[in-house]
Design a binder for this molecule. Structure first.
Ligand code: GDP
Ligand code: MG
Length: 440
């Protein structure tokens, strides 16, 4: 697929803004990649539609093809759709915090219950009690007890013939009386969703009021992921997803499907059979895996960095020479406006925090920047290179030309003086020092 992709991208080499044609051509390939990663079809459709809208008209970075640019935009959208940053298990409640594990049979509930319990015990020093509510599969309760011994986590003693809801209530009572921090409930699963199971889990949920209801799902779950997630979300209500068997071949499309359908975060990943094979969820890693185009993404990131770096180096050179004229200020303001705030380029230079604060004090919002840019463009090139030329009559002309006031012109000139002074000071530290400190 990779080769096919790069082939399609090579053909798109025009620069400028992304046209509908560019976007559609690249998105056709992306669509195939998502389907191959087993993202459910309706989710793919919605996702592609939203990316398409965002991508058309976006600027293409230098040295990048439109196709590559689209992949980067898709990747960033994918990370966003998968939930941005990592989110841990929520235990913020009066103890015992109940964590209810739900999911189909064989999805990895029992293993995951023990994994999470072990992590909470060892890493967060929590007192955890586990209880298996699986009375259907023979030896299911014993399976959790055995895992509990390996993990050195307590399990509720087993009473033969006790129904699931009764076990859940007894577990909660025990956890409360014995002051456990966390109670993990491992529910029974089915091969397929059925009403009886849903009713049983709903009753358990009502009785134990879990702070977290984690849907455990196999990363290999393909197109069915949507149905599973939707049913559990509608009938039980989940607060998070744990994806298992991420160590296998699956590209993890189920992550996007389940996240999209439930609107709930993916919290953890199971990456093996062993009890320590548990990882936090990092959207960017899964996004890379789903898309399978990691090299294109890093290529575009690199190009963006190069451009910023070239900008910063140019500015650093001027600073060193003590030349920061009104043209440079105009460039800066343009950048600022483009980035909607003080940008990365200035942020890469040392000592810039001061200027940043100063600009904030001067209440530089979009409108102010717009007026300042108007003032600067009403000056002659000579005036911008040599601001000392700008005396009273010139100020009046500039104010009139830009539809502002002499006061505003003065303010801008003063601001520039202050910035130039600071930059000269920084410049004295020498460019080498500068590079070492911030730019590289
Ligand atoms: P349950 O029916 O939902 O309770 O599923 P189990 O916890 O009993 O797991 C079913 C099988 O999947 C067991 O053989 C586990 O060892 C295995 N398993 C669970 N999680 C993972 C995982 O993250 N990676 C791999 N490779 N196997 C797993
Ligand atoms: Mg089980």
């Amino acid at each position: 697929l990779s080769q096919k992709l790069s082939g399609a991208f090579e053909r798109l080499t025009r620069r400028g803004a992304l046209s509908e044609g560019d976007v559609d051509e690249a998105l056709r390939e992306v669509r195939v990649a998502l389907l191959e990663a087993d993202v459910a079809l309706p989710v793919v459709k919605d996702f592609i539609a939203s990316v398409r809208e965002a991508a058309i008209g976006e600027a293409v970075l230098k040295s990048i093809t439109p196709g590559q640019m689209v992949v980067k935009i898709v990747h960033d959208h994918l990370v966003q759709a998968l939930g941005g940053g990592a989110e841990g298990i929520n235990l913020a409640t009066t103890p015992p915090a109940v964590v209810l594990m739900v999911g189909l049979q064989g999805s990895g509930k029992t293993t995951s219950t023990a994994k999470i319990a072990m992590r909470l015990t060892r890493r967060e020093r929590k007192r955890v009690l586990m209880a298996s509510l699986d009375t259907r599969r023979p030896a299911a309760q014993q399976q959790l007890a055995t895992l509990g011994q390996q993990a050195e986590v307590k399990t509720l003693n087993i009473i033969g013939g006790e129904p699931p809801l009764a076990i859940a209530k007894r577990a909660l009572q025990t956890a409360t009386l014995e002051a456990f921090d966390v109670l993990m409930l491992d529910s029974a699963g089915r091969l397929h969703i059925d009403d009886e199971l849903m009713e049983e889990i709903a009753a358990i949920k009502t009785a134990t009021k879990p702070i977290e209801t984690l849907l455990v799902a196999d990363a290999m779950t393909g197109q069915d992921a949507v149905n599973v997630a939707k049913t559990f979300q509608d009938r039980i209500g989940v607060t998070g997803i744990m994806l298992t068997r991420v160590d296998g071949d699956a590209r993890g499309g189920a992550a996007l499907s389940m996240r999209a359908v439930t609107g709930q975060p993916i919290k953890l990943l199971g990456v093996g059979e062993k009890l320590d094979a548990l990882e936090d969820f990092h959207p960017d890693r899964i996004a890379g895996r789903i898309l399978g185009m990691g090299d294109v993404v890093s290529l575009v990131e690199k190009a963006a960095e190069n451009i910023e770096q070239a900008e910063a180096e140019r500015l650093a050179k001027k600073m060193q020479k003590g030349q920061f004229d009104l043209d440079d200020l105009a460039d800066q303001l343009k950048q600022l406006q483009k980035m909607g705030g003080i940008g990365d380029i200035l942020g890469m230079l040392p000592g810039v925090a001061k200027i940043k604060a100063q600009m904030k004090n001067a209440k530089i919002d979009d409108k102010v920047i717009g007026r300042q840019r108007a003032i600067l463009s009403s000056m002659t090139r000579k005036e911008r290179k040599n601001p000392d030329l700008i005396k009273a009559s010139r100020k009046q002309r500039i104010a009139a030309g830009s539809g502002t006031s002499v006061q505003e012109v003065n303010k801008l000139l003063k601001q520039h003086q202050e910035m130039a002074r600071m930059m000269k000071q920084m410049g004295k530290m020498g460019q080498k020092g500068l590079m070492r400190q911030g730019i590289q």
